[in-house]
Structure formats: C-alpha cells, structure tokens
Ligand binder design. Sequence first.
Ligand code: COA
Length: 260
Amino acid sequence: MNYKNIVVREEDGVATITINRPEALNALNKETLMELSSTVDKLENNKKIKVAILTGSGDKAFIAGADIKQMKDLTPLEAKEFSEIGHNLLFKIEKSRLPFIAAVNGYALGGGCEVMMACDIIIASDNALIGQPEINLGISPGFGGTQRLPRLVGKTKAKELLLTGNNLSAEDAKTIGLVNNIVESDKLLEHVGKLAHKIASKSSVQTAFIKELVNKGADIDLSNACALEISYFSSSFSTHDQKEGMNAFVEKRKPEFKGE
Ligand code: COA
C-alpha cells in the first residue's frame, strides 16, 4: 500500500498503521483522513490481518489534532464535509472486525484524542499529553470528542476537559480510565506489538464478536444487549474455533484457532 501520509507494515497477522507527517506532528488533513479510511478498508478485507495498531511517526506526537492550517479558511459547508469525513473514519474503525490498539506516542490532541478514543485499547507513552483543546481555537470538537469522551470518562470530567481545553498527562488519563496503560516511550511499540500478537493468536471470530458486542451493547438497553450476547454466544457453537478451543482444553493442549 503506497500512501503519501500513511505507512502500513504487516507482520504475522498484525498491521501497524503509522501516520507519517512528522513535520506537522502528524496532524490530520483531509488527504490523511482519506488515506486512513482506505487503509482500514483494505485491512478489513485482508483475512491474514487479525489486529491493527495505530501510531504516529517520531517520538513527539501520536496526532496533534486536525490540521489547523488546512481548516482555518474552511466555509461552514466545507467544515461539515471535513467533520463527516472524520466521523466516517472513526465509525469505520469502531465497526471494523479488527481490534485496534492505539499506541499513543506523545501528543494526542483534538482529532488525535478522538481517533484514540475510537480504538479498542489505548496504550500511552509516559510523555503522552492528551486532550481536546478545540475551545482554544474558537471551535468545538468535530470528530466525536463531545460524544465519545463523556461515554468513556463520564459527563462531568468530559465537560471539564472540553470546556477548559486542559491536557492530561498519561498518568492522569490512566487515572480517569481514558488509557489502559502507560509504557516508557522507547518501549511503547515493542509492548504494543506483544499485546497485538497475543490478541492475534486468539480466535478472530471471537475478537470480532466481543468488539461488536461491547460497542453495540453500550448503545442499547441491557436486556436487548444481553439478547444480542445470547445470539452471538449460540452462533459461536457453529464455529471451528469453539470446537477446537474446548477440545484442546479437554486434551490438555494449546488450541489452534482458524478464525472460522
Ligand atoms: N495542525 C497543523 N499543524 C500543526 C498542528 C495542527 N494541529 N499541530 C502542530 N502543527 C505544526 C506546527 O504548526 C509546526 O509547523 P511549522 O514548523 O510549519 O510552524 C509543527 O507542527 C511543529 O509544531 P510546534 O507548534 O512548533 O511544536 P511545539 O512542540 O512547540 O508544540 C503542540 C506542540 C502540539 C503543543 C502545538 O503544536 C499545538 O498546540 N498544536 C495544535 C494542537 C491543537 O490545537 N490541536 C487541535 C486541533 S483541532
């Protein structure tokens, strides 16, 4: 895959997507959003890939936000289109069969925080700074920040962050449950790689089911969400991986999942 602003590396079922605009601290312009969207589509259809890692190039930034230089002269109509492109990408990541791990290697501001929040697991480097500073630019967030942040950390904390534009250290983000874990900067990719390979060794039918159940369930009432769980649980019993997983347990051996 050849893109201008994205580098994709594939290794043993794990795809690492690196946003590569270090000169702009990996800010998201329209072209980068489109390239990311096309990358997610391609990985989605590549059955060899089981897990995706999303990170930024360099050691300073994951993503320092949407591209302010590109945004500054947008008309309201163009701003609407830009916001929709961002939202479509983040829904694509959320609805993907692939677990996405954000390796947050520095600034995750504005659009960076929003991309991070659409991922399934978030691992931050100890130098990460995370926040929604749009208020300081005279705008409100446009890629889901006002919606995903309160869903992840609660309304009160989200409003404080959105209204002040204050950034969180990695420690503070972990304390409020916005990131899963913190790793030393120079060990971030190694750590995330191990985590990704661990998840890639599981049944990919089940990693997709679990992701979908958690995401869909969070948006519907508990009894409908549990009904959904019953239906996914029962359909698991028509898969190779269920038979393999349970037989392997009884036979005291490691299961060999096929993702079917
Ligand atoms: N959009 C476009 N360009 C950006 C950018 C963004 N969101 N964030 C950083 N850049 C560019 C800078 O303009 C600069 O380019 P230049 O050298 O051509 O001037 C380059 O990246 C390096 O950034 P700089 O500000 O010099 O680095 P810094 O270490 O002093 O500060 C930040 C880093 C992240 C604190 C600062 O760049 C910043 O506040 N960025 C904007 C964050 C933001 O508001 N994001 C939300 C956008 S909706």
